[in-house]
Design a protein around this ligand. Structure first.
Ligand code: ADP
Ligand code: 5GP
Length: 206
């Protein structure tokens, strides 16, 4: 990577640009790598262009997280009922909790005519691939395992036990990402501005 790059889409007209490729964007990467930070910046820079696929989860909300915006926070029984009704496009267990993308959410978000963004872990990525949904796959990598651990702890949202589980899972996610062809692009989130530009360029220029 070079330090200075010109960006066709920077400047006053940026928000009026639309990605030519309208396929859903599946963003994955280890917990704490900066996925949310990156796509929230994309949403802020390009209003009315993207829409987040709001997942269902059995985990408790973090401070500031709202039901229906960040997640649909549901009890385990409700989550299992949705599985039984075949209500999920994909779902997985992560740490001690379950997460899933409901068919209803995907239908509603797709109907908005915006580019749908999914933030999901590895097993969900595999299921989306198997489902036949035509998507673009973005993997966000940490500059090092140590940096990932620092970010995850620095965020201050997890118990020590959850940090341990998330770091163990991070190793598995990073190994999977080494499989050739599973992701369309891998972005190292070292310098945030640089990583963001790579994401924006990929979304708009490819
Ligand atoms: P994820 O959504 O992948 O779990 P977050 O977006 O919540 O990760 O980011 C985890 C933490 O790392 C947050 O505290 C965020 O501010 C921080 N962070 C994100 N990107 C960077 C970066 N490039 N350099 C340093 N810290 C970062
Ligand atoms: P967090 O608890 O940090 O919000 O998310 C933990 C992990 O669950 C992250 O890797 C995130 O991408 C993943 N995740 C969030 N929603 C879903 C989902 O609907 N399906 C799957 N498979 N993973 C999800």
């Amino acid at each position: 990577m070079t330090g200075s790059t010109t960006h066709e889409f920077s400047g006053a007209h940026k928000h009026q640009q639309q990605p030519t490729d309208r396929r859903p964007l599946v963003i994955s990467g280890p917990s704490g790598v900066g996925k949310g930070t990156l796509y929230n910046r994309l949403f802020a820079a390009h209003p009315d262009t993207f829409t987040l696929s709001v997942s269902h989860t059995t985990r408790a909300p973090r401070a500031g997280e709202e039901h229906g915006t960040h997640y649909f926070f549901v009890p385990m029984a409700e989550f299992e009922e949705l599985i039984a009704k075949d209500g999920f496009v994909e779902h997985a267990k992560f740490g001690s909790n379950r997460y899933g993308t409901s068919k209803k959410t995907i239908e509603e978000q797709t109907a908005k005519g915006r580019v749908v963004v999914l933030d999901i872990e590895m097993e969900g990525v595999k299921q989306i691939k198997a489902s036949g949904i035509n998507a673009r796959y973005v993997f966000i990598k940490p500059p090092s395992f140590e940096a990932l651990e620092q970010r995850l702890r620095g965020r201050g949202t997890e118990t020590e036990e959850a940090v341990g589980k998330r770091l163990a899972q991070a190793k598995v996610e990073l190994e999977y990402a080494d499989t050739p062809g599973v992701h369309d692009i891998q972005i190292v989130n070292d310098d945030l501005d640089k990583a963001y530009k790579e994401l924006e360029d990929y979304v708009y220029k490819s």
